[in-house]
Design a protein around this ligand. Sequence first.
Ligand SMILES: [Zn+2]
Length: 147
Amino acid sequence: MINPFTDDYFMKKALQEAEMAFEKGEIPVGAVVVVNNTIIARSHNLTEMLNDVTAHAEMQSITAAANYLGGKYLKDCTLYVTLEPCQMCAGALYWSQISKIVFGARDEQRGFLSMGTKLHPKTTVVSGIMADEASDLMKRFFASRRK
Ligand SMILES: [Zn+2]
């Protein structure tokens, strides 16, 4: 049997979250946290609605996943996020000791890779999963705002 729980499968769920942010007029970034092929947290950017610059999708997912697990460390968890995390989120992910981060599109200007932010040594990173879909969503969002 083919395993249906691929990186693409979970990234599609994160993209659905990003679409929800888009519909609310938020910069469209979505995230899910997965453990044992089960989604334990899902979130999207809410910085406008909450009037809070820390309300990035990743920050909310870290909190929700820790609440679900009943412990602050996200060991054996994978975060799927549509856009490369910023340095704030990478810093929070460092503290969570998350096992794996899978992100979609690069953020050349404000992503943690360009900023030189370090992740936890136990954390592995996969990039470029459904990157075109994630960046198309961002482009559509900013094009719609310019009108
Ligand atoms: Zn962030």
